[in-house]
Ligand binder design. Sequence first.
Ligand code: HEC
Length: 168
Amino acid sequence: MYHVKYWTVKALCATFLLFILYGTGIGDTVHKEDKIDAQALWTYMTVENPYQNYPAWPGKEGFYESTMPPGNILRLYINDVALDTIVNKKGVFPDGTLLIKENYTDDRKLFLITIMYKMKGFNPAGHDWYWVKFKPDGEVRLEGKVDACINCHVGVANNDYVFTGSIK
Ligand code: HEC
């Protein structure tokens, strides 16, 4: 009798642990099948796994200036799979890649957060990037297959749509 109970408890614990581990994957948290929600992404990156703790793009630690007029001040945060891709020159970012760019004014006031999130099957013609423009309070200004973003980033399509550095 004692044994049965013990195993039940163990099984319950294992199930619970698996549930937690499973739930921590960004793909499972942020998107279901090919559906994505910018609010879920915002909650993920600000509450569940705050992006301020993510690594920087190697060589782009801290604040730096945009290469594009009007030359905003930027900070770029990337998740671990993105870092792995860059460091190991893998040539293409995998499913679940998250790139978060903060835009600041000259006096270091945050005014915009732009995101690229890779989601397998979302937009194969555009390398499956999901684009979002957030206000600093999380308000969604643009999201999805955003032409305004794609039309400029397509210039670096051969670098998986990313400007900051070569990933090959
Ligand atoms: C006119 C061209 C242009 C447009 C439009 C544009 N970007 Fe970018 N983006 C850049 C450049 C150039 C960089 C590299 C950083 C820099 O020098 O500003 C960049 C960098 C980024 C990065 C960091 C990863 C990378 O490519 O280096 C993200 C994320 C990003 N942009 C998201 C967006 C989103 C979301 C939109 C649409 C709301 C957008 N961008 C629109 C030119 C553009």
